[in-house]
Design a protein around this ligand. Structure first.
Ligand SMILES: [Zn+2]
Length: 224
């Protein structure tokens, strides 16, 4: 479940590519087209229409349409062709819809599902709301929650006491997965290009950090 278009690339693009590759290697082509449930479902919470506030080039409507397209194109690079479920909640104000998010997800989830979303304490209000909603829905049905630090990398310091280091795991990416992630991220041009005098939303240092050869995830608290 991605709060904004690009969170699924930024946070777990490499993992999605690895999962898609494994799927291709273990399933015969004939069974892929047989109409079974998709192995990955992407739920887009907002269309990211508030990434350029006050811009004369990007109205919220234009941004939403563009970013939905960027998301689809990006996911294709990762081998994900399942339809995206777009909830269309207001970018930057997801907190007023937390209850309905829990309901939407609870209805879709089964106990053997794994939900990947942004960390509950990521430092961005939408990311935190979606993380909390997922945690509640997952708890209710007995599914598994994996949380992605995304904005965390902007503020966390080495050894930061705010980070649950014991839950953090590193996933090493293959060269192919890293390349797929780069191609997917490249589709999000609205976030990567300057808007007149304004710098890109995803500035070069942030992009460099995103394209490390590993991704990091918070796994569930070990049970006692
Ligand atoms: Zn986001």
């Amino acid at each position: 479940m991605a709060p904004h278009p690009d969170d699924e690339v930024v946070g777990c693009g490499g993992l999605l590519s690895l999962l898609a590759a494994r799927r291709r290697a273990t399933r015969p082509v004939s069974s892929v087209s047989r109409g079974t449930a998709p192995f990955v479902e992407v739920i887009g919470v907002t269309d990211g229409d508030a990434s350029h506030p006050g811009s004369t080039n990007w109205t919220p409507e234009r941004l939403a349409a563009r970013r939905r397209l960027e998301r689809l194109r990006g996911l294709r690079h990762l081998g994900i062709r399942a339809p995206v479920h777009s909830l269309g909640l207001p970018d930057g104000r997801v907190d007023s819809h937390e209850r309905s998010l829990v309901d939407v997800l609870s209805r879709r989830l089964r106990s053997d599902d794994v939900v990947i979303t942004t960390w509950r304490h990521d430092g961005h209000p939408d990311h935190e709301t979606v993380g909390r909603a997922c945690a509640e829905a997952v708890r209710a049905v007995g599914a598994t929650l994996i949380e992605m630090p995304v904005w965390t990398w902007h503020w966390a310091r080495p050894g930061d006491a705010a980070i649950p280091w014991h839950r953090l795991r590193q996933l090493s990416l293959s060269g192919r997965a890293l390349e797929d992630k780069w191609l997917a991220l490249s589709e999000h041009r609205s976030q990567l290009t300057p808007d007149g005098e304004r710098p890109p939303v995803l500035f070069p240092e942030a992009v460099d950090r995103l394209l490390r050869s590993a991704e990091f995830y918070f796994v569930p608290e070990p049970s006692a």
